[in-house]
Design a protein around this ligand. Sequence first.
Ligand SMILES: *Cc1c(COP(=O)(O)O)cnc(C)c1O
Length: 369
Amino acid sequence: MSNIFIPVSEPNITQKEVDYVLDAVRSGWISSLGEYISKFEDKFARFLGVKYAVSVSSGTAGLHLALLAIGVGQGDEVIIPDLTFVATANAVTYTGASPVMVDVDPLTWCIDPLSIIKAVTPRTRCIIPVHLYGQPADMDTIGDIARKHKLVVIEDSAEAHGALYKGKRTGSIGACGVFSFYGNKIVTTGEGGMVTTNDKSLFVRLEFLRDHAMSKEKRYWHEELGFNYRLTNLQAALGLAQLERIEELLEKKKQIFNLYRDLLKDVKMISLNPQVSWAENVFWMVCLLLDKRSPVSRDEMALKLKQAGIDTRPFFYPLSKMPLFKNAKNVNNPISNDLSARGLNLPSATTLKLSDVYYIAKTIKEILS
Ligand SMILES: *Cc1c(COP(=O)(O)O)cnc(C)c1O
């Protein structure tokens, strides 16, 4: 066993983050009122080019709130990709609606528009494309399908802060965008999230439901079920500092991916993240996809990298394979199954040293030779 340890992910915290958080603590505004919250929300909305941004306690809370604001509930169906983090499906389940997992597109690894069309029923209310590992989904085609069938689109942009779809930021295209600020995401607040929208009425509903659905006119008066999904001023202070550095963080992600790509470009039996002409991937995670004919399996690759001190993560399991969703419809999604079995996340932290990328690439080549 080596004494090297290169993590898959690590937060990138500088003096700026420390200063802002200390300032927030010292101000006494440590709960969910305070100026960092509105500064963070305003700056996030401006960064995305949307009218409204509502901070929330997690990305999962953000998805739940967005679905509730749209009015999704019992008896409805929500179409999501099979290959995603469980939070996308869980948020749908919380509302009483059923998640319908459909296959992904082999080109983008994101939800496949043709599979959406096949899954639409009279009960379908909403589609949640996920911009997986930083790669934008095919939003124009998804938007056309949604308009035709009168469905609402919520973008799960938890892994794609700053990504571009035809020049527009992901999270600014659907009725709502949802972001996560978990510790391994491109911008972090520890735990936290954001819901973005251009729709005033959705914005009003989001703020209302986030804060116990308390009447605006009458304090402690509640006419419907609400939630405490608020972000704290301390978390927003951390988030604002991160957001002020987002160009630097995105540049670092790109630099890391480009170096991996250059060092591994002649290696047979592997490929990396998708890149398409109409979108800009932010490479939240650098992904290694082993060929079907690779002599080394994904799990063998992960084990050998671990022995060299290199941490990795397997791709998400298809949600439809989990006992939790054993009653879901559309459970045969071959592309999701195949990618899930062959994909591995490599160290991708913005704190990663370029010399580590050389070491990782060299180790991958040795394992495959
Ligand atoms: C991280 C993530 C979430 C949930 O975020 P939390 O902040 O951890 O609740 C949702 N969807 C996807 C695709 C994610 O990667």
